[in-house]
Design a protein around this ligand. Structure first.
Ligand SMILES: [Zn+2]
Length: 219
């Protein structure tokens, strides 16, 4: 169990928590969800997609989208302000998770994940978008906002105090809708910066933990 600033089931090792505590937390998720295996990824704000069938036991692939077609194998995305997305193609029993922030939006990680699922035969895909930094809080320099909006115009936003911002969730939703994927909210549609029950890098800084979303196919 983690304590201090990571006391709420921290799943990330990048924020300074004891790796043994994080490992125990990951084991707890595996146990609570009765998973045969929990596969996580080293997220690098890219657009790489990995399938769990290609990931050797105990290896952590470098990717920002992790997909599985194996019942009982959970796939984990870890975030603190970035947008967690769960994807499912129920008819083909394919599920996945995606990590998307500012860079993922312009690199098209969501589109890469959807394309990978369709390449394996996915027909109807449903997406759930999780808690993230909202468009009224995620302030960025004007040049960065312009660069994102040049690729995903729907992501352009303004903070509640009137400065340039991006709304990653709105951008992700636009990308998914353009790909004919239906979207819903994954649990609470809350801003991680505004609500302290979520980890937030912007609010907590370097010591921020990571919360996660898991997708699994049940037999
Ligand atoms: Zn907010």
């Amino acid at each position: 169990m983690s304590d201090g600033p990571w006391a709420s089931l921290n799943l990330g090792t990048s924020g300074g928590d004891d790796p043994q505590h994080v490992a125990a937390n990951l084991d707890r998720v595996t146990g609570e969800l009765a998973l045969d295996r929990l596969v996580r990824m080293t997220q690098v704000h890219g657009a790489e997609v990995a399938w769990t069938g290609d990931v050797p036991l105990d290896e952590v692939p470098v990717a920002d989208a992790l997909l599985t077609d194996t019942p009982g194998v959970g796939v984990l995305v870890r975030v603190a302000d970035c947008t967690p997305i769960v994807l499912a193609a129920p008819e083909q029993s394919l599920v996945g998770v995606v990590h998307c922030g500012r860079e993922g939006l312009t690199k098209g990680v969501v589109g890469s994940a959807v394309a990978a699922m369709r390449a394996r035969g996915a027909t109807t895909i449903q997406a759930w978008i999780g808690p993230r930094a909202c468009g009224q809080c995620y302030e960025l320099p004007q040049e960065m906002v312009d660069a994102v909006a040049a690729v995903v115009p729907e992501a352009r936003s303004t903070t509640s105090w009137g400065t340039p911002a991006i709304d990653v969730g709105a951008g992700v939703r636009a990308q998914l809708t353009a790909l004919d994927v239906r979207t819903s909210d994954l649990g609470a549609d809350e801003c991680t910066i505004e609500h302290d029950r979520w980890y937030s890098y912007r609010r907590q800084g370097q010591d921020s933990g990571r919360f996660g979303a898991v997708a699994v196919i049940r037999q």
